[in-house]
Design a protein. Structure first.
Length: 311
């Protein structure tokens, strides 16, 4: 009888230990976190950085990078289809119908404003932004730049208004968004007619810049971003924006509030990484993807290892 009781006690102890271990294992499972991004080079880069950092910190991650255009990815995070993705502070002006406000022309002010509005209206939290400005820009061929001495958007507007030949390629979002080409045209008082525009579905500036570089279909101007790494490779010049037509577009991870409440450590995981993504760094990383054809995940991994965030 005594032996029987000893055996039973041992079995009960084993069962109790296994139960506790299983509960502990279950409590350590984090996620899955659904990560999305826009359809462009930098979106791919930043989403992979987020994915790699979360995975390295014990999260199960679902990769939905390349979710869609800004409007598509925005709807996706609000609906819960995705839970975190890289967005730009300047887009807050469009999201909350404040395109007439100059608050978006300052990084700190714009960030504070969109952080407040998105939390109050959508329970979406803006995490620490990168110290870089990926603003909309217009790039032209070096030939046009040099032959007509076009250095700024003021020069470009004068050239257009005087009947100069221009054919610009850009994404549908760039051509139609109040914050993009329409903003340039309004501030600098010029208008590009339909036959002066080629509109493409993708927001990939490597595509638009390549078309301008090669003169595809007569194109000599292209949609570009401030952090593009392919501009010099394509022999293009970015026009300056002396009147400040564009808001500051600093990239930052944005996350659904319920997810951050459950996993508050995500903020600390991503903060030092995004603080290290300055303009030059982003241009170099983007160049490896857009120009050299490297995989976005590999480029992101190399950066994180080099900076000591991953081993």
């Amino acid at each position: 009888m005594k032996k029987y009781l000893i055996v039973v006690s041992i079995l009960l102890a084993v069962i109790l230990t296994l139960t506790i271990s299983c509960k502990k294992a279950d409590s350590q499972v984090k996620g899955p976190i659904i990560v999305g991004s826009k359809i462009d080079t930098e979106g791919a880069l930043l989403s992979q950085i987020i994915i790699l950092m979360l995975s390295d910190n014990g999260f199960e991650v679902t990769d939905k990078s390349g979710t869609g255009t800004t409007s598509v990815v925005r709807k996706a995070i609000i609906s819960g289809e995705i839970e975190i993705y890289p967005e730009y502070t300047g887009n807050g002006a469009f999201f909350f119908d404040e395109t007439d406000s100059d608050v978006w022309n300052n990084l700190d002010d714009g960030y504070a404003r969109v952080k407040k509005l998105d939390k109050e209206n959508n329970d979406i939290v803006w995490l620490t932004p990168a110290p870089a400005n990926n603003t909309w820009a217009i790039a032209i061929t070096k030939e046009l730049f040099e032959s007509e001495n076009i250095l700024s958007l003021e020069d470009f507007a004068a050239y257009v208004n005087n009947g100069g030949y221009v054919k610009l390629i850009g994404s549908e979002e760039f051509v139609t968004s109040d914050l993009a080409l329409p903003a340039f045209q309004k501030v600098y008082s010029f208008t590009l007619k339909p036959d002066q525009l080629i509109t493409v579905a993708s927001g990939d500036t490597a595509q638009t810049e390549k078309a301008a570089s090669e003169g595809t279909d007569g194109v000599n101007a292209a949609m570009a971003y401030g952090t593009d790494g392919s501009l010099s490779a394509f022999n293009l010049a970015v026009l300056s924006d002396p009147k400040g037509a564009q808001p500051v577009y600093a990239p930052a991870p944005i996350i659904r509030g319920a997810v951050l409440l459950k996993y508050p450590e995500i903020e600390k995981i991503l903060e030092p990484v995004f603080k290290g993504l300055d303009l030059i760094t982003l241009q170099k990383l983007n160049s490896r993807i857009a120009v050299e054809g490297e995989n976005a995940s590999k480029v992101a991994s190399d950066f994180l290892i080099e900076k000591g965030f991953l081993k």
